[in-house]
Write a protein that binds this ligand. Structure first.
Ligand SMILES: [Zn+2]
Ligand SMILES: [Zn+2]
Length: 363
């Protein structure tokens, strides 16, 4: 099968022939139909998130089950599925205490070092960012990675759930637990930010303030549920948010990943407000917090990894919200492309031209 291989920072991704094994035990082989191009992939390409190369990126995959291992009972060939490539084990202390996104025994879902690797490039083992890779014609994963979806759900929309939508919506529903009637500010109106805005609308937030520097993204944000928008390229975002919310917001979400926006997300909080940091800052980057401001107002700052997702519970819920027309995934897909268009998709994402490019695989 073909896959786009990342060879190092500054080098264009190259399409290579990859040898992928048959499924054993609880593994499932999935034929790719659609695969979203996420900002974290771009972070790796740009060196913001260092990863050893060669590696196959892509972690918003949707496809059709082709073959299953002998111990798989929940999936059968022909099933439509979406996958989270960071697979949870289901039995470690994190998994059983309700935080499978923090699973500490992922290794139990992987092949042992003495077994044949799942994927090989020129006879040598190659992996994805985690246990599967989206920028490939097929993926071989432990079944815990998968969630079955109705065959009538468009695969390009469904693929968004695996990372961007799950992260943004999960930050609101799971990590911050936004309450009805409250005020929310979201920094960054990309895939994650727009999902947080939609989740805040679904949760019943009274005022939802979108902050970005691109007017085209703020326009989408208003369409998806933002009641106010702030163009941070021409105004002081913190001052504007305080004005709109009457002194500060109950919840802020940072989905850009810069020192400036992370600090602004804290500074715009109301008394007893909570800032949830989602965007990944470059390794080694610190942010400054005024302890007096945090302590006197009992403000909170917390991190959010993958929307604190409990994948098997959350994904079906989000799909149902989409089917009911309450979660808009259609407007979050900006462009479609092919595997060969990946370098262009990264360029467009970096230039802020797109929310998401979805790679489609001819069937
Ligand atoms: Zn676990
Ligand atoms: Zn992602």
């Amino acid at each position: 099968m073909k896959a786009a291989v990342f060879y190092g920072v500054g080098k264009p991704l190259q399409i290579e022939e990859i040898d992928i094994d048959d499924p054993h035990g609880r593994e499932v082989l999935v034929r790719m139909v659609a695969s979203g191009v996420c900002h974290s992939d771009l972070h790796v390409v740009e060196g913001k998130m260092p990863f050893p190369a060669p590696i196959i990126l892509g972690h918003e995959p949707a496809g059709i089950v082709e073959k299953v291992g002998e111990q798989v009972t929940d999936f059968a060939p022909g099933d439509h599925v979406i996958a989270r490539v960071t697979v949870y084990c289901g039995s470690c202390t994190m998994c059983v205490s309700g935080a499978p996104n923090q699973c500490i025994n992922r290794v139990s879902t992987q092949r042992k070092p003495n077994e044949r690797p799942r994927m090989m490039l020129n006879g040598k083992k190659i992996t994805g960012l985690a246990d599967g890779a989206g920028f490939a014609e097929k993926m071989l994963l432990h079944e815990n990675a998968l969630v079955k979806i109705d065959p009538d759900i468009p695969m390009d929309k469904a693929s968004l759930l695996a990372c961007g939508v799950m992260t943004g919506a999960g930050a609101v529903f799971n990590t911050a637990k936004v309450q009805p009637g409250t005020t929310v500010a979201v920094f960054g109106a990309g895939g994650i930010g727009l999902s947080a805005i939609q989740a805040a609308r679904i949760a019943g937030a009274r005022r939802i303030i979108a902050v970005d520097i691109a007017e085209n993204k703020l326009a989408i944000a208003r369409r998806l549920g933002a009641t106010h928008s702030v163009d941070a390229s021409s105004t002081d975002a913190v001052e504007e948010i305080r004005k709109i919310s009457g002194g500060g917001v109950d919840y802020s979400f940072e989905a850009v990943g810069t020192k400036q926006t992370a600090e602004a997300a804290i500074q715009c909080l109301a008394v007893r407000g909570t800032a949830t940091l989602i965007g990944l800052l470059p390794a080694g980057q610190s942010v400054e917090i005024q302890p007096g401001f945090v302590i006197s107002g009992e403000r909170r700052v917390q991190g959010c990894l993958s929307g604190s997702t409990r994948w098997r519970i959350d994904a079906p819920r989000l799909i149902e919200l989409y089917q009911q027309g309450r979660l808009n995934l259609d407007d979050m897909v900006s462009r479609h492309g092919r595997l060969e268009d990946l370098n262009e998709a990264f360029r467009a994402m970096k230039a802020g031209e797109v929310v998401r490019t979805i790679l489609m695989f001819p069937q």
